[in-house]
Design a protein around this ligand. Structure first.
Ligand SMILES: [Zn+2]
Length: 421
């Protein structure tokens, strides 16, 4: 065999091997998916949703046991499908202005504890650990956990961070759409008026270290790319993205690049895929961006109108859906599959962002629709074990690893760094 021929044969062999390898994760099934298979996964999997914004409704009086007609989350659609909910303790950037962020965070924590847990004790179980989640599953209850969205909630104090941990908060998204005093957000990255830090400040790094010491998961959804890389370097426990998808498929900068997904996974973390249409569909993202300016103008004009029924009508119209066809189940499966190919089956999860979004794929508009996703993943070639990992097994592992790291650090003194402007 000549050298050229040998190289040719070798290339052919490598090509065939490459095809075999890349096909293992995605080989379409040749046999039909049975309802029994889907039902078994619905029954056995512990579905953990790492981000749900319904507390923003319950805090204003919505009872989760009543049908949420315009929304995505209510008891009837959770029961029997959802194993654990991370309720978002979302603190809007507006609260920074009058220094009311901690006040709002405490009100949001209270709505989870009072309006969800205390009102519905036979449906929800207060949970902070992987073991609690497994116990809730055995008792046919939904584990209720909390994650703070927006690091400004600690008002630049590690003491407040510890208070939140004591109240049961088990992750914190380092920023929301706003850069805070110690971490850059992706949300205002292009706004020249916002003072940036080039990622995390020294205090911001201490926030991450103190979260590691406490056993609170570091969540990097919403942060600027540099903040992500800084946190990845500093954190000695696996981190999560509580509600992000893949930027390689949809250019929305809230999504993670391939390199970020690989980096997160290499340190044991999990990317929990966001169900929002603009996270999942490049078409939807581009269309909604194009209409953003028009929607803003309509809203501004409505706000300028004198108070009365005409203004109310105009405001309601400005809030209405832009009428773009939503992302689809196929888009969602494509993001899950892309993340699995990059990061491996052990590093992908579910972070719906339900009720924090106006648009999700119609096929999976709430928890009771998850069997549709299960069927699609089975059809794509995923095994029951794979799907159980994505639905919750991977997050249980991360929670245990974060708790284990905190245990290793338990003799370390609390970090006392005071924030200096
Ligand atoms: Zn969010």
């Amino acid at each position: 065999m000549t050298m050229a021929k040998a190289v040719f044969v070798l290339k052919r062999v490598m090509l065939v091997m490459g095809l075999v390898v890349s096909c293992t994760a995605v080989a379409q099934r040749t046999t039909p998916v049975t309802q029994a298979e889907v039902d078994a996964i619905t029954r056995d999997a512990i579905l953990i949703d790492t981000h749900n914004d319904v507390p923003s409704l319950t805090v204003d009086g919505y009872d989760i046991a009543t049908p949420n007609l315009k929304g995505m989350t209510d008891l009837a659609r959770m029961r029997g499908y959802l194993g654990a909910e991370f309720f978002a303790v979302f603190v809007d950037a507006e609260y920074v202005k009058g220094n009311h962020s901690a006040n709002r965070a405490l009100q949001m924590i209270d709505t989870v504890r009072t309006d969800v847990l205390e009102k519905h004790p036979s449906d929800f179980l207060f949970a902070t650990t992987a073991e609690d989640i497994e116990r809730a599953h055995r008792e046919h209850k939904i584990a209720a956990l909390m994650g703070i969205e927006g690091g400004h909630a600690i008002e630049d104090s590690l003491r407040l961070l510890r208070d939140y941990y004591a109240l049961g908060v088990r992750y914190m998204t380092l920023t929301h759409f706003n850069t805070n005093d110690w971490a850059d957000s992706q949300g205002d990255f292009e706004n020249p008026k916002v003072k940036k830090h080039n990622g995390l400040t020294p205090f911001g790094k201490d926030v991450v270290r103190e979260m590691n010491r406490l056993g609170m998961m570091v969540d990097i959804s919403h942060v600027a790319d540099k903040t992500f890389y800084d946190a990845l370097e500093v954190s000695t426990a696996p981190m999560i993205a509580s509600h992000s998808s893949c930027r390689a498929l949809t250019g929305f900068t809230r999504n993670m690049t391939d390199d970020m997904i690989r980096g997160l996974a290499a340190k044991g973390g999990v990317i929990n895929i966001n169900f929002g249409c603009d996270f999942l569909s490049q078409r939807y993202y581009e269309e909604s961006k194009k209409r953003e300016a028009a929607v803003k103008a309509t809203r501004k004009a409505a706000e300028a109108m004198p108070a009365g029924p005409d203004r109310d009508k105009a405001l309601a119209a400005a809030k209405a859906e832009p009428g773009i066809p939503p992302a689809t189940l196929e888009d969602l499966v494509a993001h899950i599959d892309h993340a699995v190919k990059l990061a491996g089956i052990d590093h992908v999860g579910i972070g719906t962002d339900f009720d924090g979004l106006s648009c999700v794929p119609k096929e999976v508009s709430s928890y009771n629709k998850f069997p549709v996703l299960t069927r699609a993943l089975l059809q794509k070639g995923y095994s029951a074990e794979d799907i159980k990992k994505i639905y919750g097994g991977n997050m249980l592992r991360v929670m245990r690893a974060v708790a284990k790291r905190a245990d290793e650090l338990k003799n370390e003194p609390p970090i006392e760094t005071a924030y200096k402007p």
